[in-house]
Design a protein around this ligand. Structure first.
Ligand code: GLY
Length: 332
């Protein structure tokens, strides 16, 4: 079995060997960005540098950013969604662009993680009134070995990233999806569908634009690269598991819930996953200084705890506070 730490170490080394400097994760509570409640992506702390300000660590950075996203909280309970997750990212601040970013992504997936190249599917931006179709990325993917039939073009809602708030740096992205089951689950099954066949593990964002207050996309003085690889999903894929919660990141908590409830994970997957996810997220949020309240960050924290409590109740666990405490201990 490959461990989460094997992936972290490999990733940081791979990009350090290619001239990147490691920077620490920023806190979940954004330090300089009032437009968002939580750090939802690695770009938040880097917005000034994506807009052109020089970064003290240079033009090539690598990091593992803790992130919290609650926009798809209702999806948590399936095999691949989490509210809190770790995102591995490599960054070019006006330095390398599509050619290197894509070639390194492919090399890392196929040579470092030993993923089967035949199971990698790619999506690229289809183009619209704001930016052209990204045929350039598709050509680079073809040059590294991905055939035409595994490259798909999708609109902005799927293949565009940012800005983090209402305005700021953004651009088209290209996403890497892994074929988990190698079986179509229906006639329209393709990367990005929610049937469980594909897991999106990494995206390379080509930040070439600044969305201004009028909603216009202005070209940035220098284009950047922002990539994001989800550790939890990648760990599952690398270990051939079609459920992230079967990995070592989650199994100790799943086993603890089983011990507390006297129930098996199998047959009760949804409540087990929601409890594990929400308690872990709440622990990290509290760690960064948030306390439960009825507004903003405190409200989100309260919601996570409340939703976890509801599922603990469903599993027949009445002593919520001590159960939550035991689960937090597992994650610590
Ligand atoms: N690299 C952008 C994101 O997935 O957050």
């Amino acid at each position: 079995m490959v461990s989460a730490n094997d992936i972290r170490v490999k990733y940081l080394k791979f990009f350090k060997d290619r001239g990147h400097v490691e920077i620490p994760s920023a806190p979940l509570v954004p330090e300089n960005d009032p437009s968002v409640l939580f750090t939802t992506a690695g770009m938040h702390p880097l917005v000034p540098y994506l807009l052109g300000q020089p970064h003290s660590a240079g033009k090539r950075l690598v990091d593992i950013q803790k992130c919290l996203r609650t926009d798809d909280i209702d999806e948590v309970g399936d095999t691949i969604h989490h509210t809190f997750f770790e995102m591995l990212g490599n960054w070019s601040l006006g330095d390398y662009f599509k050619e290197d970013a894509i070639a390194w992504s492919y090399e890392f997936l196929t040579k470092e993680l030993n993923l089967d190249p035949n199971r990698i599917y790619i999506t690229c931006f289809a183009g619209d009134q704001d930016a052209p179709k990204d045929t350039e990325s598709a050509e680079i993917w073809k040059s590294v070995g991905i055939p035409d039939e595994r490259i798909f073009f999708y609109p902005k809602k799927d293949n565009w990233w940012g800005p983090a708030g209402a305005t700021g740096p953004c651009g088209p992205d290209t996403e890497m999806h892994y074929d988990m089951t190698q079986k179509p689950h229906g006639p329209d099954c393709k990367p990005g569908c929610s049937c469980g066949r594909f897991s999106e593990i990494w995206n390379d964002v080509f930040m070439q634009y600044n969305k201004n207050e009028k909603g216009q996309f202005e070209k940035l003085p220098k284009p950047n690269v922002d990539t994001g690889m989800g550790l939890e999903r990648t760990l599952a894929v690398v270990n051939g598991l079609d459920d992230n919660y079967l990995t070592e990141l989650w199994q100790p908590a799943i086993q603890k819930i089983s011990q507390l409830s006297g129930l098996q994970y199998s047959g009760n997957e949804k409540p087990f996953r929601i409890i594990a996810d929400h308690i872990r997220a709440a622990a990290f949020v509290i760690c960064d200084g948030v306390t439960p309240s009825n507004k903003e960050r405190g409200y989100i924290l309260r919601r996570l705890i409340r939703r976890a409590t509801l599922q603990l109740n469903r599993l027949g666990i009445k002593s919520y506070v001590s159960a939550a405490g035991e689960l937090v201990d597992v994650f610590i």
